[in-house]
Design a protein around this ligand. Structure first.
Ligand SMILES: [Zn+2]
Length: 252
């Protein structure tokens, strides 16, 4: 069912939320746009201006590593000042009520954690850009540490072990994080309401999760401004602003 208007959609969503014991939110860029985080893939988005740097180029070239960090710090204000939006806060409210065991996200902005989910309750399919890791020894490095060294000579620093240091994100050509993928699958298969929020659901393998949930007899709700390929099999589709749609579920 495609909601004819937002009020009808919210009323139906409230019924589905009340009926469900285990809700799994799956979030994409659309939940964070009201927080000032750009949707990289959208028309006019960052990735239409800059080709993203694939993982093999990052590994092969110090110039690419420097460029990667230059771009990251150019966006530092947007990431460091972003605060959770109404969608994040609504999901955190349902989490506190015991309805949401964990959230699966394609986002790298750390805003679910900032809204009140413990870090181990956020399954990040594309990693996290608010800190860095060593690609050899996996040691965590804070961005301030990287920034201080990068600003000193414009070069991407290396870990004390000599490994390359990269934001903790999953780049193009880099393997998907297996533990996160397995956890997302298990959560999808065991929820009774799957909420796809602000994702165009086109990026595989992530897009397989709503199908898996549906096959496991969960209800499927899609909140997205634009149509998706899964609208036909969804129990409810609301094509409206995400913050506006989820605001009634915020409990302070
Ligand atoms: Zn290291």
């Amino acid at each position: 069912m495609i909601a004819p208007d937002i009020e009808t959609g919210i009323a139906r969503l409230r019924d589905l939320v009340d009926e469900a014991d285990v809700i799994l939110p799956f979030t994409g860029a659309g939940i964070s746009t009201e927080c000032g985080i750009p949707d990289f893939r959208s028309p006019g988005g960052l990735w239409t201006k800059y080709q993203p740097i694939p993982f093999d180029q990052f590994m092969a070239s110090s110039a690419m590593r420097n460029e990667s960090w230059r771009r990251r710090f150019a966006m530092e204000t947007q990431f460091s000042t972003a605060r959770p939006g109404r969608g994040h806060v609504a999901l955190a409210s349902l989490h506190r009520r015991g309805k949401i065991p964990a959230v699966v996200t394609q986002n790298i902005d750390n805003l679910h954690q900032a809204s009140g989910f413990a870090a181990d309750k956020v399954v990040e399919l594309h990693g996290n850009t608010t800190y860095a890791t060593c690609l050899d020894c996996a040691k965590r490095h804070e961005l301030a540490w990287v920034k201080e060294r990068f600003e000193a000579d414009g070069r991407a620093p290396e870990c004390t072990c000599g490994g390359y240091v990269k934001t903790a994100t999953v780049s193009f050509g880099q393997a998907m994080p297996e533990a996160a993928m397995r956890r997302a699958e298990a959560l999808s298969a065991s929820c009774n309401l799957f909420l796809a929020i602000g994702s165009s659901l086109v990026v595989w393998p992530a897009a397989g999760f709503p199908l898996l949930a549906k096959r496991s007899c969960a209800r499927l709700v899609i909140l997205n401004r634009d149509p998706t390929d899964f609208d036909d099999i969804a129990d409810l589709v609301i094509r409206a602003d995400i913050g506006q749609t989820l605001e009634p579920f915020v409990v302070h």
